[in-house]
Design a protein around this ligand. Structure first.
Ligand code: ATP
Length: 374
């Protein structure tokens, strides 16, 4: 049972005369047994944040608390936190069994037989009992990954910290380990903070995700909430592949005007926009509808530039207005080809509108009543 609380946590590094703010005033709570995924682009401060929680990095200001107790000054090995790294960090000269038992031998007074039993149980949980007498050099990447996980699990910690643990695996194994890790975390009910730059891992694994950019926390919410109700343009653009389409527009007389197109807004949407006039219109590729004929003000004559057939879907690159680019995803069975003239509908129920200067989301798409709760 453990809750983790970050309160105004900041980390600065000195680089000559320059100060690098790696983590900037981040506050968030991670509930007992929660799986929280921290995601963001390279250099946004994810690893630094995790390392501060682990005690591997000092905290410049703010506090990290475990079950209500501030642990800023508690030594790493006394934090009851187990960390799994991207590099696995296994001892090459030790067998799997020795790698898994080493931490327990160092940090507890448990008798050898008990440690041996715990290691065997954990190896069984991970499906690797036959590997216990091998050395890391005799294992595949996926097997090494399991050993690194096993070494964390066997310690029965209050908190798991994982830093890109799957990124050295090939795509198929990564997908398999994703579900396996989730199942394990649910069974073990250990509070987990998981760092990745991979938005698929963030969307599929996390109870909630925390999105960082430039050291600053952008949003902490369930994956679907972040996807459908982003707090700002950064979050909207970071989640989703292909990314959300964005158009720079100005609002006048209830109509957004962009590069050669006009998009009239309903009273309901306008009410969310306040006095802002410099706006960005956002629409996700899967929300764009390709039609044959225009029949609504949200329909635009468009030309197909390129079609990428993915099998299950087509990614269709379109041009409309004065050379504005629009990406749509359609069913893989749709017959669209480069050079086709089509109509692209941007349904108002699915649009997002952001303040151009601050990036703040002023209006988010409607989520249908029968859709899963964000
Ligand atoms: P990645 O996904 O590439 O691993 P990240 O989001 O984990 O990136 P961090 O490694 O936390 O990012 O780094 C955040 C910022 O802090 C970066 O600008 C990085 O250059 C800087 N930084 C990290 N460690 C140090 C250090 N020891 N000294 C100076 N600057 C550092």
């Amino acid at each position: 049972m453990a809750t983790l609380e970050l309160d105004s946590v900041t980390k600065t590094f000195q680089d000559g005369d320059d100060e690098i703010v790696a983590v900037d005033d981040v506050s968030m709570d991670i509930a007992d047994s929660e799986f929280l995924v921290v995601v963001g682009p390279s250099g946004c401060g994810k690893s630094t944040m995790l390392r501060m929680v682990a005690g591997l990095e000092t905290i410049t200001s703010g506090t990290v608390s475990l079950d209500g107790r501030v642990i800023n000054d508690v030594k790493s090995q006394e934090r009851d936190i187990a960390m799994v790294f991207q590099s696995y960090a296994l001892y090459p000269h030790m067998t799997v069994r020795e790698n898994m038992s080493f931490g327990l031998e160092e940090s507890t007074d448990l008798p050898d037989e008990e440690i041996s039993e715990m290691v065997t149980d954990t190896a069984e949980l991970l499906g690797i009992p036959s590997l216990l007498d091998r050395k890391p050099g005799e294992l595949s990447g996926g097997q090494q990954q399991r050993v690194a996980l096993g070494r964390a699990i066997v310690r029965d910690p209050e908190v798991f910290l994982m830093d890109e643990p799957l990124s050295n695996l090939d795509a198929k194994l990564r997908a398999q380990m994703r579900t396996e890790l989730q199942r394990l975390q649910e069974d073990l009910e250990v509070t987990t903070m998981y760092v990745t730059h991979d938005q698929t891992e963030a969307m599929t694994m996390g109870d909630r995700i925390a999105i960082l950019n430039d050291g600053e926390l952008q949003q902490v919410a369930t994956p679907l909430e972040c996807y459908h109700e982003p707090t700002n343009r950064f979050v909207a653009g970071f989640l989703g592949e292909p990314s959300m389409n964005f158009f720079e527009t100005d609002l006048a007389d209830g109509t957004l005007t962009g590069g050669g197109f006009e998009y009239p807004l309903s009273e309901g949407t306008l009410a969310d926009l306040g006095d802002a006039t410099g706006l960005v219109l956002g629409i996700r590729p899967e929300a764009v509808e390709i039609r044959e004929e225009a029949s609504a003000p949200s329909d635009f004559e468009a030309t197909v530039d390129v079609v990428e057939p993915m099998g299950d879907e087509n990614i269709v690159y379109l041009q409309f207005g004065d050379g504005e680019s629009l990406v749509a995803t359609t069913s893989g069975f749709d017959r669209v080809g480069a050079g086709d003239s089509v109509v692209a509908r941007i349904p108002e129920g699915a649009i997002h509108v952001f303040d151009r200067a601050s990036g703040e989301a002023l209006h988010n798409r409607t989520v249908e009543a029968d859709a899963p709760e964000p």
